[in-house]
Write a protein that binds this ligand. Sequence first.
Ligand SMILES: [Zn+2]
Length: 361
Amino acid sequence: MRNKQMIIAIIVIVLVCATVTAVVTILYNKPAAAPPDVALEGPDIREPAVTEEPEVPKEQIFVDGVICPLGGEMIERSDLYPRPVAVMLDNHPAARPQAGLEQAEVVYEILAEGNITRYMALFTHGTDQPVGPVRSARSYYIDKSMEYNAIYLHAGGSPQAWDDIERLKIPSFNAMHLGKPLYWREKHRKEPHNVYTALDRIQASAEAKGFNKTEGVKVHSFNLQDELIEGKETERVLIAYPQKYRVSYEYSGEEGVYLRYVLDKPHVDENNAGYQVRAKNIIIQRAVHKVVDSEGRREVHLVGSGNGFYITNGRYTPVTWEKADRRSPTYFYFEDGEEVILNPGKTWIQVVPTGSEVTFE
Ligand SMILES: [Zn+2]
């Protein structure tokens, strides 16, 4: 009898152990769920912005997020445009304050003819914000737009720019040929400083044209979190564009951004009066400029290499840049040869002639 009880007890123990082993084995051998792509690790996040749906159970996804390819911040995947849009913006004094620069994630400022500058503002999400006044194309802005595989919006252009748009098949919307609903003229401004568009209208036109069947190209790399760079401190950056186009930035340590000034006055956005345009990252890119015609139009050599500065979080450091051809991204490098990885936020790229004055205070 006692033996029988012993045997039963042993059988029970063996069964319990077998069950526990089986459960443990099942639990530990369960295939690890792929991390959702919101949980990024490591410094290199230069993945294409638009990826396939991750193979994870629905309940494990809290936000279907994606890193914004132009700003480095987390956004809803459904908000991301398939490809960015690049809008040429007027910077004549009669065109200020412009609408949409507050929302733009990367903005280029480059000299046009004579002593004027123009902006090219890039957007990759946003709803119905007006953007304008829209101005004409220049071929060196197309060099920058092509890097992103962006849809290019402009109002007319130089002969060279027209040649580029046709020859290189640049996906573009020209305000001189297209009117409403994509473009309209605002009554509160005088021609030619009054052509406007809006982000939702651009998306509707891009869909209708089939431009959104192609994706944007990853150009910038971002840190996962804000990082300090090695460099000297700077509270104020002054960029000596011609007289009416003088730009400066002042550092707000509280917000960790540079507030933008034009002619020493806060640079505000027409869409949001009272909001001062700001930059997390400022890149100063020195490039060779040449006047090429009697109208004072220029060539700006953005393919090749050169130097400049990177400014973020109250510090600046010299950098170099390289761009292999017109479609290739421009890469920026620290003095030790490491690539510049941007901090998440808005980036202003100020292209200036080689030898022009930039002051750090
Ligand atoms: Zn963004």
